[in-house]
Write a protein that binds this ligand. Sequence first.
Ligand code: BG6
Length: 486
Amino acid sequence: MWGGATAANQYEGGYLSGGKGLAVADTLTGGDGIHGIPRTFVCEMPDGTRAVFGARDDIPAGAKAIVDPDTYYPSHIATDFYHHWKEDIAMFAEMGMNTFRLSINWTRIFPNGDDEEPNEEGLEFYENVFKECHKYNIEPLVTLYHFDCPLHLANEYDGWVSRHTLDAFEKFCRTVLTRYKGLVKWWLTINEININGNFMMNGIHEAISNKKNYEQCMFHLFLGGAKAVLLAHEIDPENKVGLMLNHGATYPYSCNPDDVMEEIKAAHNYKWFYGDVQCRGFYPEYKLKELEREGIVLDKEEGDDEILKKGVVDFFSFSYYSSSTYAAHPEEHEESESNMTRGLSNPYLKKSEWGWTVDPVGLRVNLNQIYDRYHIPVMIVENGLGALDTVEEDGTINDTYRIQYMHDHIVQMKKAIEEDGVDLIGYTPWGHIDLVSAGTGEMRKRYGFIYVNKDDEGNGDLSRSRKNSFYYMQKVYKSNGEDLDM
Ligand code: BG6
């Protein structure tokens, strides 16, 4: 499966069109990743005052995110798939894509997240999109939840900390899985579940200072994912459902055994825990020990453990952008940053303009480790280079840096399949069409092979054009990865 990947909150726009309600993402401002200026929320506080919080701050309980009329919100129009879907899907087909990853905006179907009845106009929108994909033999790969907690559930229920959100999600899943039976066969449950608990985008208040909140939120997300798997299989046995993790490669900083042990702990904590639960169906021992040490007892209902056990996934999908290293004495080394994760810099590797380590071999390392551990099919559902693009006077965009990045990563995928025997079944690079950055809210951090004319202030006519990487990917896709020459 060769394709491209997007998320509704970063691509779709139409933020109140067709009966859509507000999601937390609609209240997130733009930031500046190169200069370290974070995205923020304008919140109404319980005493009636207003306060602004960074997206990764510990936001106090009772604060309600709002849409401030004087503030610019990049997701409101995003890159306007809502009005360009026919044109975009035709371009995807031209590029040779046979798979298109997109997410369903929960608030387009249930405007408050927990409404009695679904919004028919929202359901129709995706139905038309899926039918259009099939016209071109493009298989939709649909994420059920990609950073888009309904604002009502976030403000009134503290999002996924509450069982109420889990129940509402289950209803949402049942609705869309039933409606799109026969149109969608490939599903992803919760995007990057391992970084979901970290920030208000997913509705959680006091995630940093209150670890119980974080763990409870995670438990509900796992249950949400497992219930989605069970529902998908019950509604259509043809359905294939995958987990989705943020899965950078992790290395010990050195061969000092203390550094090696540090990497094992970091990797458990950052990624394996989340894969272990969703592939094996239970909390691993190292996590149970941690909860015990911290005195955290999860609130569970009868039958929850059984749901986790039965709702294991059919395949493993992940995003891959970079790698980081871990040391017993991190203060002696330079920090590195990637999407919402932190480790230490690797002296052997270069970084992108946004400071993310570029590491193609790390992708092969990852593929091997994942397949060795779980032995189920693997899909890379995000990968790519966020970079500044220049449009030349004649309209061309010569993004050789992106072509190089794609080439180097695909070479490693090929080795993982041909030399290591990894059952890698699909590749959908991130933001194959320009969209809003999740981490920074910027437009100028572009991943696309298709350029969208829009800037960080919202100027631009949203017209689409082909970058040089479009033609490179077309060649790769149409040759089924045989022709990688740049
Ligand atoms: C992943 C997300 O974290 O990485 C995407 O699933 C996100 O939503 C992508 O856009 C790239 O990160 P960023 O911050 O550069 O947009």
